[in-house]
Design a protein around this ligand. Structure first.
Ligand code: C5P
Length: 243
């Protein structure tokens, strides 16, 4: 497909006139399903928009001394592990065009560390996390809901690699946490939220076609269809060369 270079490209962002609400995308799915990769692919293709990524992980409650002492018994995969009220108020502020401070969560200490991340108003807000579809009030803020659906064995393999290599945890702890908390919580809380998704992406970040279609839709909603078509064509060319 050729690109008409004569055509005038839109130069203003969607919220510059101050009237349009940001487009909110929710990305849910099991741990290590490829949520972040999908978000990064969307962000890369939408790079002309002011776009911000918010992670549910930033809203984990800080552990108390007692909880820290028995951290291996703490369920980080349960909906109650998150400060959903704070997440909701940050998302509401962002949706109404206000800047917010997003807590900075540290996986080593299981606590927030300073400084918080200041997030400015944007055209597109992506909220990703294992349980972002769990609370109906959070779901209602979303204009598009995506569930990243990746096989359990792939998720476990990725999780082992990530937790042992990036988080320096030992393999026994990782496997214990997986069988005790991660797997049951996926079945009890995460999988049941798949029904709320508008789009289910099989194979996560490997699914370029799905991401391409999603980006086309977002662009149409933002009224920047031509621009995105050009970017997604460039993206396809770029990924083809990467292969
Ligand atoms: O990035 P991902 O979606 O995998 O992040 C969620 C996972 O992080 C949860 O499955 C939870 O078990 C894990 N987690 C952890 N230690 C923490 C906080 C979260 O292992 N302190």
């Amino acid at each position: 497909e050729t690109v008409n270079s004569e055509k005038e490209l839109p130069t203003t962002s969607a919220t510059e006139n101050g009237h349009r609400e940001p487009f909110v995308i929710g990305v849910a799915g099991g741990s290590a399903s490829g949520k972040t990769t999908v978000c990064e692919m969307i962000i890369e293709q939408l790079h002309d928009q002011r776009i911000v990524l918010v992670s549910q992980e930033s809203f984990y409650y800080n552990l108390s001394k007692e909880e820290m002492a028995r951290v291996h018994e703490y369920n980080f995969d349960h909906p109650d592990a998150f400060d959903t009220e704070k997440l909701l108020s940050c998302m509401e502020d962002l949706k109404s065009g206000l800047a917010v401070n997003i807590p900075n969560y540290d996986f080593k200490t299981h606590k927030n560390i300073l400084p918080a991340r200041k997030v400015n108003p944007s055209d597109v807000i992506i909220l990703e996390g294992i349980l972002v579809f769990h609370d109906p009030r959070v779901r209602e803020l979303m204009n598009m809901k995506i569930f990243v659906d990746t096989d359990a064995d792939i998720r476990l393999a990725r999780r082992i690699r990530r937790d042992t290599v990036d988080k320096s945890r030992d393999i026994r702890t990782v496997l214990d946490q997986y069988s005790k908390f991660v797997k049951p919580a996926f079945e009890d809380f995460i999988l049941p939220t798949k029904k709320y998704a508008d789009i289910i992406i099989p194979r996560g970040g490997d699914n370029h076609v799905a991401v391409d279609l999603i980006v086309q839709h977002i662009c149409a909603k933002l009224g920047q269809h031509d621009l995105c078509k050009i970017y997604s064509n460039l993206y396809v060319i770029q990924s083809t060369f990467q292969i």
